[in-house]
Design a protein around this ligand. Sequence first.
Ligand SMILES: *[C@@H]1O[C@H](CO)[C@@H](O)[C@H](O)[C@H]1NC(C)=O
Ligand SMILES: *[C@@H]1O[C@H](CO)[C@@H](O)[C@H](O)[C@H]1NC(C)=O
Ligand SMILES: *[C@@H]1O[C@H](CO)[C@@H](O)[C@H](O)[C@H]1NC(C)=O
Ligand SMILES: *[C@@H]1O[C@H](CO)[C@@H](O)[C@H](O)[C@H]1NC(C)=O
Length: 453
Amino acid sequence: MRWKPLCMLQGFACIAVFMFLLVFWLSSEAKSSQNLYKQLRQRRNFELLTVNERLFVEKNQNFVVPKQQVIPANSFVNEKVQTKVAVVPVQNVEEVPKASNQREALLILTSMRTGSSFTGQFFNQHPDVFYIFEPLFPFHDSCKIAVEKKIEVLEGLINCNFTALKFSVDESLYNAQQLLKVEQSASNLDHLKRRIKNLQTCKQSTICFRQSTKALCGKDFCPHAPSCSKCKTVPTMTQIERKCQEAKLVVIKSVRTCHVDWLSKTYSRTGIPVKILHLVRDPRATGLSRLTMHKGLGNATHEMLGNCQIDAKNMETRQAVAIKNDHWLTKRYMLARYEDILSNVAQFLDDVTEFLTRDSSVLKSASFNLTHPEVTKWFKTNSRTSGASIYSTSRNISKQASKWRKTIQPSLAFSIQKACEHMMSLFGYKPLKRPADLLDWSISLLSPLSKTV
Ligand SMILES: *[C@@H]1O[C@H](CO)[C@@H](O)[C@H](O)[C@H]1NC(C)=O
Ligand SMILES: *[C@@H]1O[C@H](CO)[C@@H](O)[C@H](O)[C@H]1NC(C)=O
Ligand SMILES: *[C@@H]1O[C@H](CO)[C@@H](O)[C@H](O)[C@H]1NC(C)=O
Ligand SMILES: *[C@@H]1O[C@H](CO)[C@@H](O)[C@H](O)[C@H]1NC(C)=O
């Protein structure tokens, strides 16, 4: 309203106002390009590059840029990364097709030495699945440490966003390297050096345990390797994220996700439905297996005490909401005992298929069935031989479930079952009455589990 008198008063005030408006306009341009950046980042189909302060988008084979949005003859090579880039003008962002979140997620909630690597393989073999093995490896085992960060990593992965995971590897590596400088005790030093080496391997191969993800071992990544473990090519972060996005189901197997509650907000934060497969095993078997892994060191009873408390708490959380039809966990939780899986794999595959496809338009329309030829082929090959490595998933299936009864010290079995009494009663593991029960095969230590949990 005051423009006119102002301009009449002094010529250069007019210019000042004009300059001000110009700067304002330019900065709003900058803002909208920031918005574009944000939106495109969310689509995660791009490597974004800034060249001469302008925004460019990597041409992506999976993404067809509508013709009118590409400024023709203006694609060029960024010197730094040697990537072909094309210009996308700011104004047409809304027309960019939305990435479809045609994906669901399953978290295998478990602890160490429960047969989870073996169980995870059923999922890994399925061509519609992107399987992620132990992504929380960079973190401390403790259920009380770095909980927020662990949740952030898990939710990122459910979203096929590997950024937080990458940061956690970098951060843990840095922390371990700092600790190495001050650590005095020889055994801690050994441990630290091993950890640094492992984290460096994670970094070099972009993610930890990249060879445990079959989707990253196909002919496109490993044209000459006969198996995942022999494949030495390193996929980029973008390639990993793309493969993840192509899957119908992301399956995460983690021994460091302690509580189901951790995922209670995941759906609202990611928009991707997540289900939980809670995998348990007889704590006496798990305890013995851990003791063997630790070469007899440590207090297996103490470890199992903590573990059993977590398993029990998760089950009780589930039971507490069973009557609430609208609770997020009600239809999203399945319990599996390792012993039951081994005794009837076909039944397990059926049950999981039913569980996963229930209320899932994505998996239903993909006719998802875990009893897939690739899955059964893997199982047939791997259930015949005994594995050499302690982390091996190969085993003689009929022996495996009760083998511990032959090798455990009766005193250990009794101390674990005392520490885990509550958990064992919840999950149907029967206590031994006498040491001789261990080798009396007429005595079953497993009671049937009701199918409704
Ligand atoms: C991916 O995750 C990182 C770290 O959690 C976050 O900053 C970023 O915004 C996420 N990207 C997208 C596209 O959601
Ligand atoms: C091992 O842990 C259990 C349970 O916490 C405890 O009762 C027992 O005393 C411990 N044993 C040793 C040798 O420290
Ligand atoms: C899954 O496939 C198996 C084997 O072909 C079949 O027996 C089973 O009925 C299928 N399950 C579903 C839910 O389609
Ligand atoms: C697997 O275990 C069963 C039962 O102990 C045994 O009869 C069979 O020979 C074993 N098979 C192999 C390949 O080791």
